[in-house]
Ligand binder design. Structure first.
Ligand code: SAM
Length: 208
């Protein structure tokens, strides 16, 4: 149910793009792959998918090219991207620095107006008291979420950022211009806000 809601949401985002070019990182059983190919058939698109495992039997659609490789084999994979991308779907190795690394590389191949969807950014379904409680996944997804915020904070005006929190969630990044991305930095919240200063002032006043 939740997976269907997510995949439908993604389908609606790209349903009307003509001649769309998609790069997919992570195929597995091919659920997202098959949905992308359905749209490619309808809209004259092409899909290039990468997985470290052999997923070549997922489809024999002529609009599909599959590369068996780690998605950070950039020399190999970059050379196979023939046209600017309308969509990048990142759903491979769920580890914050890996997600950052592949995002920074493939972002250069995105069209202005193109979108990059990063899967599994919500930790909520994996927290204590929820059906899928899993601290490893919760921590991993939370790290990915924070990493995306850091990248956004260092690159405001280059892309827009939205989050969809159904199930394990998506981050949706829409490219606004062709300038290169800047390396992310930690987001720091100043502790000297007015509330804290007032608190400090009143707490330090001697009682009458
Ligand atoms: C969550 S599954 C993909 C699910 C698929 N996108 C879907 O919606 O049905 C993750 C896949 O990423 C692949 N994978 C893991 N690390 C990878 C890497 N570094 N490069 C490419 N694929 C990787 C795994 O083999 C696995 O098939």
């Amino acid at each position: 149910m939740t997976y269907n809601t997510k995949i439908k949401y993604l389908k609606n985002k790209i349903n009307n793009i003509k001649d769309l070019q998609i790069l997919e990182l992570g195929v597995a059983e091919g659920n997202s792959t098959k949905m992308f190919l359905e749209i490619c058939d309808k809209n004259n698109g092409n899909l290039l998918s990468v997985d470290i495992d052999d997923c070549s039997n997922v489809s024999n659609n002529s609009r599909w090219k599959f590369i068996r490789s780690s998605d950070d084999e950039f020399e190999l994979i970059n050379s196979k991207i023939q046209k600017p991308l309308d969509l990048i779907f990142i759903d491979s190795l769920h580890e914050a620095n890996h997600v950052k690394k592949v995002f920074f590389n493939y972002y250069n191949f995105m069209k202005v107006g193109g979108i990059c969807v990063i899967d599994d950014i919500s930790w909520i379904p994996y927290t204590v008291g929820k059906k899928k409680t899993n601290s490893y996944v919760a921590i991993t997804n939370n790290r990915i979420f924070n990493k995306i915020l850091e990248i956004y904070s260092s690159n405001i005006n280059k892309f827009t950022l939205e989050f969809f929190f159904e199930g394990s969630g998506y981050a949706i990044i829409t490219k606004l211009d062709n300038t290169s991305l800047i390396q992310e930095k930690k987001i720091i919240i100043s502790k000297n806000n007015i509330k804290n200063l007032l608190k400090k002032f009143f707490l330090s006043k001697p009682k009458q």
